[in-house]
Each structure stands twice: as C-alpha cells, then as structure tokens.
Write a protein that binds this ligand. Structure first.
Ligand code: SAH
Length: 478
C-alpha cells in the first residue's frame, strides 16, 4: 500500500484510455500522468487506493524511445493532448497497438490483421472546432482555456496548436468583451454566472467561422459589442447563443439562439457541401475525415443498386457521401438540428435519394422496418458515439442481414465488443482500418468492413420487431 506523496520508481508499460501511463509495482497498478509507455520515472503518489494509485511523474529516469519535448506551453497540464510527450510516429504505433489489443482481447479475434493506421502528414493545426470552458477569474480576468485532465480546473490558454491559426483572435475578442460588458463567467460550484463556454467552428474548405457562446441564460449583455469585435476576425460569419441552464458536464443545452450573421458554417468534403449548426456533430479533422469517408465508401462496395442505412448519421455526411453511388440511403440520428442540417444538405447538393429520420437509431430503425417490411438493407453503415451500438440495434442489423456492414468507430473497445456480437450473428471481419483523426490525443478512429457469411441465417433472436415479413419479401426477391 502506498502513501500520499511517496516517491516510487516505475516503468510505464501501457497507456490508459484517458492518457495516463500505466505501470505496476508490487502488484499495484499505478496511473501516472505525464508518463508514456517506455518511460521509467520517479512517480509521486497523489492518491492511494486499495489496488491502484494515481501518481504524477516527477522525474524521468529513462525516457521512452519516442519521447519528445512538447512545443505546447500547457502540455501535461491541459487534458487535451495526452500524447504530446511522444513523437507522432510513436503515437501512431501506440494507437495501432491499442486497436490490435482490443480486437484480440475484447473481440477474441486472434487471427485478424489490423491494417496499418493512416496518419497525417502534418499532424498539427488540424482541428476545425474548439470548445473552451470559461470560469471565474483567476487573477484579473475570466479564465478561458481547457480543462486539466480528470478535472474541471481550467488551464488558461490563449491558443491551441491543434486548432487553425487565427482562432486566438476569437478568444481575445471574447476576453475583451467579458471584461468590458460585465458578463460574468459561469461558476460550476455555485451555478451562478452567465458565460460557460466559447465554441468555434471553421469550415476549412470555405473559411467560414461561426462562434457560439454557451450561456446560463437567454440573453447576454450588449451582444453587439462582441459581434463588432468578432467581425474584425477574418472568416467570422456568425454569432450564436446556446442556452444551457443545467448543472451538468454536458456542454450544450438544447436551445440555440442565432444572434448575428449565419447560424451555421458551410463546409465541403470531397464534392459534397454541408451546413453545420453549432448543435450538430461534425468530424473535427477535415483532412482525415475525407480519408475516413473514402474508406467507408470503398468498403460499402456500392454499384448503384443498393439500399443503404446510415445509422447515427449526424448531419448526413456519410449518407450524402454514399448517396451518389447507391439507389437509396436512409439516415437516422437523435439530434433534431442535425437532421434539419441533413435534409438541407441533401437539397443543397441536389441529392434526392436520401431520407432522414430523427430519433434513437435503436428505436427508429426497427420501427421503420416493421412499418415497411419491403424497405430493405443491402449495406448498413453505423457510426455510433463511444459507447458503441445499442444491443437492440445490433439485433435489428443482424435480423436485416445486409450483405455488408461498415462500422465506423471512435472507440476500439466498444467496436471490438460489437464486432464480436455481429460475428456471432453470421458475419466475418474483412477489414479493420484505423485512421488517426486526433493526433496528440489517445483517441483513434476505425473503419471496419463486415461481410455476411454465405448461407448464414441471422442468429439474433431477441427482437421486438417481427422480421418474418421482411425475410419473406426479401426471399421473394422484392
Ligand atoms: N456519421 C456522422 C456522425 C457520427 S457521431 C459523422 O460522421 O459526422 C455520432 C452521432 O450519433 C452523433 O451525431 C450523435 O448525436 C448521434 N447519436 C447518439 N446517440 C444516438 C442514438 N441512440 N441514435 C441515433 N443517433 C445517435
């Protein structure tokens, strides 16, 4: 058992999902911040529990082979780039191993070869979206920055090397506005104060930027003075307010109030144009998003005859990317604003064979199948949040028995879990392709292709949709 402030030498063997180095000493697991696999460090124990301890690297005894000195002044204290102490090459190797470990250990697939991860040529300034928490003054002005790892303590930051150059002018404008207008920064402890977050998103293909303040109320004082300042920043086309009055860690509330200019950013991926509301999910790394979607398109293997489902479709990005090569695409997404964007995006691109539905995929998809048994599914694409696909959704997918399933995932652990279920239900893994969407961070995206095994009948039994009609119509050849 360790005691607080004890100094322990430890060799780091692995990295946690949240970026701490993991090492073992006398049967205890140590989670060591500022340490990376391959390092041997002297770690100071910060918190000791029965079987594990939280620690911080105080001194590097032997550096990991890929260890570098990060350029970022807040590396190690900001919770954002957990891998900034590693060269990009080592970051990629770590992510590759993470995916391989999950596929093998969680999925139980001993003989699947994971494709080599696709990294970036220039792994900096790649992010098109920043979200900066605002908190009570530390010194003379409101704190604006990033959360420290595992905490809501704000590490004040004036700019971030992962965002586009120039975003710091927006932060300065907001800082000046807060000081001048008296709009109080929100205090999470008391629930008082007004301004909670500064959100900014840029369409890299168009240069358009929309700024959104998240506020603990429906009004901010003298918003025109903020707009005046923001208009001097190149690219800014709009200012919105998002209202979040809850005592919650969730950044966005569910009401958006456009204040000045445009309420959405226009961007392009390949030759498809998108309108993106601040409320909608949109991939943060446009260069790698193109790689990701091209891979998904290739895996979908479309000939123009297929009915495709894009579940967890966001603003319809993948749906519209695939629509030109498919007969029909159905998209399902839970955020209503995202579906508004998806419909507008389809119209904007003259795409008439895409249809979008709002709701939880695990409810909407089985319901639509039940209502219209002839609807069909040749290819199903899923792109769920980190928690992976809902079990009921997986069951419906198996029951629909599409030829191919393309699984886009931002969490290799839940991906592996879901692949195991799908393979138990009659599919085999054809490909697993990691794509580095988030240089600097521990996160990694993957696209997987699953093929239905011939003659396999779905083994998914527990469904509250009656699939009999569906299979009858399907076997009659529609
Ligand atoms: N495919 C899109 C979005 C992927 S992110 C893209 O590449 O841009 C995952 C999306 O799933 C988010 O838009 C989120 O709002 C949505 N979502 C979360 N839970 C959901 C659920 N139960 N049903 C449908 N959509 C859901």
């Amino acid at each position: 058992m360790f005691s607080k402030n004890q100094i322990v030498p430890v060799t780091i063997e692995d990295i946690s999902d949240t970026g701490e180095g993991i090492g073992h000493v006398d049967g205890f697991t140590l989670f060591v911040s500022r340490a990376v696999p391959g390092d041997t460090v002297r770690a100071r124990i910060l918190k000791a529990k029965k079987t594990y301890a939280i620690a911080k690297a105080e001194e590097i005894i032997t550096p990991a082979p890929g260890r570098v000195t990060p350029e970022c002044p807040v590396a190690g204290s900001c919770g954002g780039c957990q891998l900034s102490f590693l060269s990009y090459e080592s970051q990629l190797a770590l992510k590759q191993k993470k995916v391989e470990d999950c596929i093998r250990r969680i999925g139980g697939f001993a003989d699947i070869t994971v494709q080599p991860i696709i990294g970036m040529d220039e792994p900096r300034a790649y992010r098109n979206k920043g979200q900066f928490p605002v908190g009570p003054a530390q010194g003379s002005e409101a704190a604006i920055g990033f959360y420290a790892g595992h905490s809501h303590r704000i590490v004040p930051t004036s700019c971030c090397g992962m965002l586009w150059p120039g975003h710091e002018e927006i932060l300065s404008a907001v800082r000046e506005y807060l000081a001048e207008s008296g709009a109080a920064p929100y205090d999470e402890e008391t629930g008082r104060g007004l301004v909670r977050h500064v959100l900014m998103r840029k369409g890299f293909a168009t240069g358009e930027i929309v700024v959104c303040l998240v506020s603990n109320g429906t009004k901010i004082p003298a918003p025109e003075t903020l707009w005046e300042r923001l208009q001097k920043v190149k690219g800014v086309v709009g200012l919105c307010l998002n209202v979040n009055r809850e005592k919650t860690n969730v950044i966005l509330g569910d009401r958006l109030i456009p204040l000045f200019g445009k309420a959405s950013v226009t961007d392009r991926i390949g030759d498809v144009q998108f309108e993106i509301s601040p409320m909608s999910f949109y991939q943060v790394n446009p260069v790698q998003t193109k790689v990701l979607y091209d891979t998904a398109l290739a895996y979908a293997g479309l000939t123009g005859e297929e009915t495709v489902w894009d579940l967890y479709c966001g603003i319809g990005t993948i749906s519209l990317f695939l629509a030109k090569a498919a007969k029909k695409v159905y998209g399902v997404e839970i955020v209503p604003e995202a579906i508004e964007n998806a419909n507008a995006n389809a119209r904007k691109n003259g795409i008439e064979n895409a249809e979008f539905y709002v709701g939880a995929a695990e409810e909407v998809f089985p319901r639509l199948v039940k209502e219209n048994p002839a609807i069909g599914a040749d290819v199903i694409v899923v792109d769920p949040p980190r928690k992976g696909c809902d079990e009921k959704l997986l069951a419906t997918m198996l029951a629909m028995a599409p030829e191919r399933i393309v699984y886009v995932s931002c969490d290799p652990a839940t991906l592996a879990r879901d692949l195991k279920i799908l393979c138990a239900g009659g599919y085999r893994i054809d490909r697993v392709q990691p794509v580095d969407q988030f240089p600097g961070s521990v996160h990694v995206e993957c696209v997987s292709l699953l093929q239905r095994m011939s003659n396999s009948q779905s083994k998914a039994i527990t469904l509250d949709v009656d699939m009999e009609d569906y299979h009858r119509i399907k076997s009659e050849g529609r």
